[in-house]
Design a protein around this ligand. Sequence first.
Ligand code: PLA
Length: 458
Amino acid sequence: MRPPVILEPSTTYSSNSSSYSPSSDRRLNTIAKHFVNHVQMDSHNISPSPTASSDSVFAQIVRAPEDAILGVTVAYNKDTSPIKLNLGVGAYRTEEGKPLVLDVVRRVEHQLFTDGSRNKEYIPIVGLADFNKLSAKLIFGADSPAIQENRVTTVQGLSGTGSLRVGGEFLAKHYHERVIYLPQPTWGNHIKVFTLAGLTVKTYRYYAPATRGLDFQGLLEDLGAAPSGSVVLLHACAHNPTGVDPTLEQWEQIRQMIRSKSLLPFFDSAYQGFASGSLDADAQPIRLFVADGGELLAAQSYAKNMGLYGERVGALSIVCKSADVASRVESQLKLVIRPMYSSPPIHGASIVAAILKDRDLYNEWTIELKAMADRIINMRQQLFDALRARGTPGDWSHIIKQIGMFTFTGLNPEQVSFMTKEYHIYMTSDGRISMAGLSSRTVSHLADAIHAAVTQVA
Ligand code: PLA
C-alpha cells in the first residue's frame, strides 16, 4: 500500500488565507493529479472487506426503536392476516377501508396538470403568497382584525410537523423564554420536535384518567404556576391522543390565565374542521385569543382536513402587535427556513390555494370535510352501541363524548398487545384508536376484541 496523500497546510487555501499564492495553487494541482492517478491505478485492486460490519465506522450505532405511532403501521404491514386492522396512525379511511383523495383535490390537480403556464421553479423561502394569505384567513377568520392590520406573518411549512419545528426554532433563537409547556399527555412527536428545536419541554396537567375528561383545575393550576413568559402549546381542537377538548367557556378562562401571566400561546391546529365538521367552530378557541389583541403562534396542517397527508402542506402564522414587528419576524423566519430546507414544495400548496381561492371549490371542500367528520362521529356511536350490546364491563360513554380522530379507550398496554396478537388489531400502546380507520364492516371485530381484552386481560 502506498501512504495516503496528505495535503500540507500550506496547500490549503481560502479566499482570505495569506498562504494562497499562484505557486501553492500549482502545487495543489500537481498533488490533485497525482491523487487521481493513484486512485485510478489502485481501483481495480479494491475488493469489498469480508469483515463487513465490525469494520464499519458506524459499527457502534445501536438500533433505534420504531416510532410509537408510525411503527404501528410498520408492524401492521408485516401481518399477513386477512382480518388485520390498522387503527394506529390517524389517517382517514372510507367505509371500504381505503385511503381517500377528495374529489375536489382530484379536480384541482387535473386543472393544475393541464395548465401549460405552470412551471416547477423554486418558490420563495416563505412559500406561495396566496397560500399563506388564505391559510391565515382560514384559521383566524376572514374578518380578523390582526389580518386587516397586517400584524400576521404566515410562512408555508412542511405540514403541521414542519410548521411546529420552524416555530420552535424561531422561539429558541429569538424569544426570551426557552421553556415550552405541553399538555400531559400530548402527541408524542411534540416532545422531540420542540426539544430538538432547542426548547426545554415541561408539561401541564390536562387529562384526568378517572373521569376520562379534562383536568381543568390541574390545567389552570399548572399554567398559573408557570414562569411568566413561558410558551404554552395548545391543541386548537380534537386533542390528540385524548379526544378531550375544553368547552368554549373553559377556553375563555384559559385565555385569561395565559394573558394574565404573559404566557405565549402556540396553537397546534392539525384537525381544523375534523372535530365538529365546521372549519369556523373548530377555530373558535384560536380566534378568542386573537380577538384580545395579544400575540401567538399557530401551526396549521392540511394533512387531515384536505387529505393531503403525503404532500406535506401546512403553515406557521405568528400574530404580532404591529405590522412592523410582523415583518421583522418574517425576515428572521426566512433565516430559520433557508438552511433547513431552503424553500417549501410547490404542489400541495398550489392545490390548497386553488381550493381556498375559489368559492365553489371551497364549498365543495367543506361538504367533503363534513362528510369525513360525520363518518367518524357515526363510528363512535356504532362502537359504543356494539360494546353496550355485548355487555362489555365498564362505562364506554367517553367513546361518544370524545371528539376528533381518536378515542382514548383506557385500554392498558397488555390489553392492546392482546388485541394485536389475538385479533390482528393495531393501535398505539397508550390505548388510542383512530376512529377514522374504522368502518361499519370492522366495528364488530373491534368490539369483539375490546370485549375479550377487558374480560380476559387485567
Ligand atoms: N400535531 C398533531 C396534534 C398531530 O396529531 C399530528 C399528526 C401533527 C401535528 C402532524 O401532522 P402532519 O405533520 O402530518 O401535518 N398526528 C398523526 C400522524 C395523525 C403522526 O403521528 O405523524 C397521528 O397519528 O397522531
